[in-house]
Design a protein around this ligand. Structure first.
Ligand SMILES: Nc1ncnc2c1ncn2[C@@H]1O[C@H](COP(=O)(O)OP(=O)(O)OP(=O)(O)O)[C@@H](O)[C@H]1O
Ligand SMILES: [Mg+2]
Length: 185
């Protein structure tokens, strides 16, 4: 079942977002808007701040300065229990190989924790990884077509090509973005 949405509406928005770990500034003045139903890839070199950003966008961590609006809710207004509930209701997380860390927000529950690894113990790790990557990607595309919002962190340009837009980070800062045109099937 699809999720109705207003294409102009930002479901995720960061405003002058900073995250510091002691002396280390992991994120510096990040201002991004992700529209409802969009498929966005976040890319950047190791240490550029991708995981830090994802942790904040998924309410797994809090910010140091600035604002994050998630589905119209100021994340700062949520206490730990509120964040837990928000995650449970609106966010699905898929972790794979520490390279592909997408999440989805939806008006209804999306919980995607398993992708069928338990039946694959007879496969070689490299095979498993490649096959599993394709499965996760197919699943994400399905959910995207249903109107879900997808944010995917990846180092892999081949995977990044499936996104509507690529946002690049560098040394904790927004570097650039690129809208990708996809052929209509
Ligand atoms: N818990 C932490 N304590 C201290 N510094 C941290 C912590 N988490 C991240 N950092 C620092 O913040 C910066 C961004 O790290 P982050 O893990 O977000 O990068 P990344 O883009 O996800 O890298 P990778 O591609 O290697 O996963 C790095 O300088 C990192 O050392
Ligand atoms: Mg990371």
């Amino acid at each position: 079942m699809g999720v109705a949405h207003n294409p102009q509406e930002a479901v995720i928005e960061t405003r002058q977002l900073y995250k510091r770990f002691g002396q280390v500034t992991a994120l510096e003045n990040i201002n991004i808007r992700i529209q409802r139903g969009e498929f966005v890839a976040i890319m950047g070199a190791s240490g550029s701040g991708k995981t830090t950003l994802m942790n904040i966008l998924t309410c797994l961590d809090t910010l140091t300065e600035g604002q994050v609006l998630l589905d119209g809710v100021d994340a700062a207004a949520l206490d730990e229990e509120g964040r837990r509930r928000f995650r449970a209701d609106k966010i699905g997380l898929v972790f794979q190989q520490f390279h592909l860390i997408p999440f989805l927000t939806a008006l209804e529950n999306v919980m995607l924790v398993q992708v069928g690894l338990e039946h694959r113990t007879d496969h070689l790790p490299s095979q498993l990884s490649e096959e599993n990557e394709q499965r996760v990607l197919a699943l994400l595309q399905d959910l995207h077509h249903q109107g879900r919002t997808i944010v995917m962190v990846t180092h892999n340009p081949e995977l990044g090509r499936f996104a509507d837009r690529i946002i690049r980070l560098q040394h904790g800062k927004y570097l650039s973005e690129e809208v990708q045109q996809h052929a209509v099937a």
